[in-house]
Ligand binder design. Structure first.
Ligand code: ADP
Ligand code: ZN
Ligand code: ZN
Length: 804
């Protein structure tokens, strides 16, 4: 009988996306499993692949089938669920299956690494051939077993929990270890050893006597030195006598920078109880229900999450909590850790490769039960998920912009069906899509209308900046904002000032001719880095020194324009001498952990004002903040994005929610040049429903989600004519295949019309119901992969584009 592995290979842009059959050599049959990574020959190369199935027959003629070269994992890195999920993602987002598989793993598992076998039990308990290998060391590189054809025996030992395997990442993410002392378990033997020690070796005798009280324990040698006022020499001697041995213990790198205080459960408000009851019910009934928990800022949504998770852990299950970008919200992680301590893992972009790998391993090995993380944590390899929570579910960071172009919300709902557990989508300002689904009872709506401590929502005042100009006030601060700031300074309360800017990078411009320094390869302005006086393209890495004169007109009036936050800081100092300002923007937060430090300093009252871009909008919960000022509410309204109004309303509600969350009442001043715009006008009352009704009308008229679905096709090429030509061909094909109910707009040049030296055209498809759409798009992809790709065309499909 033959063994055949079906393998998805890591070969980019291959025309067909299907598993290939490989013969499993006899010596590998007992180690290979579905979900393992392998090396397999593909054309002239050896490539990485994932085993998606194992079978005993193949259609490939036996003389043609190639063998698997190497099995990279002794324990599978992907579960059966993940393999299924990858297939779903492939169809749902139209991507290569390999992309879907890779996105589920930490980057360390895509890097070079070696595998180490760690002995877990006594050597004597192992099967004979393994005993020899382990006799000299507790830790052996797996290659040694492979060379000796002992992998099947090793695998059996792993199953029997006699040996465990760690992937040691070469270079960056090496598994970290410390040396410990392991005292033997046998008390009688310890007593015998002690009896045999000469009375002159008093310290050794003492140590072994003490060890009898600690038989079988594993401890830090430092503890022994301290406790018994003894030395390494004495300990080594005792180890030589056989009373103990040294072992290497794997430790996880700790991504948490500070200790946390434990907190207890709060008594829920009535609204919170009602919400929690419904969620508990659905956990009891194992219903894969999706709840939309809509609660005003400060209504205690997080407390509902925490108590839900407590229930899930009690049932022996696991919890996944997604937050938009966790490095911006250290407070959130802290709240989870203060409730569930060591059971919490975190996963976000702020961690190093090694830290991410360690956190992933904690989940994979079942050492933790809760993960709090950004988008990709939705793939946390828990096997018994009891709840999945998306906090701030409206945030656009939940959608991945590269292949696979998935939305974490969709993946969460898929997994909830797999595990028969509910999903909670939480927000003060749900996405229109989610709220519309709740209205249709596709999701179950739970509402928290009041703040948890019954504080009133802050009073919002909208200031028309055009009137200020008329009054002769040319500063960035309106009269009312200045007065409000002064009041807070007098009362020693704290202020948050928010500059609503999307592209919050700084650029370099010539003040004479208006030229802005651009990337050579992209249609993007370069970002100024003050530290080394350089300008960089954040899309392709191109960089130059800031020129002394304008490349266009040679004027030396070439200046850098900051985020605006620096300018605000200067003006604040001018109007309020001595004011203490903490600025939080890309310049001040580049270093690791700097967000946390800034927030902590602010929380400790080391500044009067926290000034920043939207990165300060989320998560802030400090009792002394009583004033929030929004300096320019309208900047995000003028973006070419059908969600501009929604995002502006969400942002204003979000920042307003930072004020007056505790005893002291809060006030918000919103400055704008377009107070009549509904997104701004309606943010005054901070009521979601009127905004929802109004925005839905707009979407209906313009034919946008949630009334219509969108698909974005993007075509790029180094040659502008080729790009335009093939974008035209794509549109032509789509028109020939799709019904008249579908509108196809384009081709048009993309928003960023050139990126990394490639010209980009796009076409937008709007549709309501179109059963032929996916098959047609798959057909288009097939044409592209088998022919266009050879001509240097790149074509992508995004079935739920964020920006268009
Ligand atoms: P949200 O996530 O909805 O913005 P939070 O969970 O941050 O709200 O709660 C706001 C504040 O109210 C927090 O300081 C929290 O500790 C407090 N809080 C929440 N629920 C309760 C409760 N039941 N009793 C007392 N305080 C609560
Ligand atoms: Zn110039
Ligand atoms: Zn560039």
């Amino acid at each position: 009988m033959i063994t055949v592995a079906q393998v998805i290979v890591d070969v980019a842009a291959y025309p067909v996306d299907r598993p290939f059959d490989y013969l499993v050599p006899a010596e590998m049959t007992q180690i290979i499993e579905t979900g393992c990574r392998v090396k397999v020959p593909f054309g002239p190369r050896n490539v990485l692949g994932f085993v998606v199935a194992i079978k005993n027959e193949t259609d490939v003629p036996i003389e043609k089938i190639k063998p698997v070269s190497q099995v990279l994992d002794i324990e599978p890195v992907l579960t059966g669920e993940m393999l299924e999920l990858a297939k779903w993602l492939k169809n749902e987002t139209i991507c290569y299956e390999i992309d879907a598989l890779q996105v589920m793993l930490p980057s360390a598992l895509r890097a070079k690494y070696e595998k180490i076998a760690n002995l877990q039990t006594e050597v004597e308990l192992l099967p004979e051939p393994l005993q020899e290998i382990f006799r000299d060391s507790q830790q052996i590189n797996v290659n040694v077993f492979e060379k000796n054809n002992l992998l099947p025996q090793l695998k059996a030992a792993i199953k029997n929990k006699q040996v465990s395997i760690a992937n040691v990442v070469k270079q960056k993410g090496k598994v970290k270890e410390v040396r410990k002392v392991r005292i033997i378990e046998d008390n009688q033997m310890l007593a015998d050893i002690q009896a045999n020690i000469s009375n002159r070796a008093k310290k050794q005798k003492q140590l072994v006597e003490w060890m009898q009280l600690h038989a079988g324990e594993i401890m830090d040698p430092e503890v022994i030195y301290k406790e018994l006022e003894t030395s390494a020499q004495v300990l080594n001697a005792v180890v030589d006598l056989g009373a103990a041995d040294f072992v290497q213990e794997e430790v996880y790198r700790d991504p948490f920078t500070k200790e946390i205080k434990r907190t207890n459960f709060l008594n829920l408000t009535d609204e919170q109880s009602v919400a929690l009851d419904q969620i508990m019910n659905s956990i009891e009934e194992q219903e894969p229900k999706t709840f939309l928990l809509q609660g005003v800022t400060g209504s205690g949504k997080t407390e509902v999450y925490l108590q839900t998770i407590a229930k899930v852990l009690n049932d022996g299950k696991e919890a996944i909590v997604l937050v938009p970008e966790i490095s911006l919200t250290p407070q959130m992680t802290e709240r989870f850790r203060s409730r569930f301590g060591e059971l919490v893992a975190v996963m976000h972009s702020g961690l190093s490769v090694g830290e991410k790998y360690d956190e992933w391993r904690k989940i994979h090995q079942g050492k933790v039960k809760v993960v709090v993380g950004a988008r990709s944590a939705v793939f946390a390899p828990f096997e018994n998920v009891g709840i999945i929570i998306l906090d701030e579910e409206h945030e656009s960071t939940y959608k991945q912009e590269d292949s696979p172009r998935y939305h974490a919300r969709d993946v969460a709902i898929w997994r909830s069906k797999y595990h028969n557990c509910p999903v909670i989508l939480g927000s003060a300002t749900p996405s229109l899509e989610s709220f519309a689904r709740a209205k249709k009872n596709v999701y179950t709506l739970l509402t928290l209308k009041e703040r948890a401590l019954k504080q009133s929502l802050p009073k919002v005042q909208i200031v028309d900046m055009r009137d200020e100009l008329k009054k002769g006030n040319r500063s960035m601060f309106s009269q009312s904002l200045m007065e409000s700031i002064q009041i807070r300074l007098d009362k020693k309360e704290q202020i948050v000032l928010f500059l609503n800017r999307r592209g919050y990078s700084s650029f370099v411009m010539c003040r004479d001719c208006g030229t802005v320094l651009q990337c050579e390869n992209c249609d993007i302005s370069l970002t100024y880095h003050r530290k080394n006086e350089k300008c960089k393209c954040h899309y392709c890495g191109y960089e130059i020194h800031v020129p002394k004169t304008c490349p266009q007109c040679q004027s030396d009036h070439i200046r850098y324009f900051g985020t605006g936050t620096q300018k605000v800081e200067e003006e604040l100092a001018k109007f309020f001498p001595g004011i203490r300002v903490l600025r939080m923007d890309v310049d001040t937060t580049r270093a690791k952990g700097s967000h946390e430090q800034l927030l902590e300093a602010f929380g400790n009252g080391e500044a009067d004002v926290l000034l920043g871009t939207q990165m300060i909008a989320k998560g802030l919960d400090y009792p002394n903040i009583t004033l929030v000022g929004v300096l320019s509410a309208d900047t995000s309204l003028h973006l070419p994005d059908f969600r501009a109004a929604e995002k502006t309303f969400q942002l204003l509600t979000q920042v307003s929610g930072r004020a007056g969350r505790h005893e002291k009442p809060g006030e918000v001043v919103v400055q704008t040049y377009t107070p009549e715009h509904y997104a701004i006008e309606l943010s005054e009352a901070q009521e979601y429903d009127p905004f929802y009704e109004r925005e839905m009308q707009m979407r209906h008229q313009a034919g946008y989600p949630p009334y219509y679905y969108l698909a974005l096709i993007q075509v790029s090429h180094e040659d502008v004519l080729m790009a335009a030509d093939y974008a035209g061909k794509a549109v032509e094909w789509l028109r020939s295949q799709l019904s008249f109910n579908v509108s196809i707009i384009g081709p048009t040049a993309s928003g960023i019309s050139r990126l990394q030296n490639r010209y980009r055209y796009q076409c937008l498809i709007k549709y309501k119901v179109e059963p032929d759409l996916i098959p047609t798009l798959l057909q288009l992809i097939k044409i592209y992969r088998s022919d266009w790709i050879k001509k240097g065309i790149n074509l992508t499909v995004d079935l739920d584009p964020n920006m268009i």
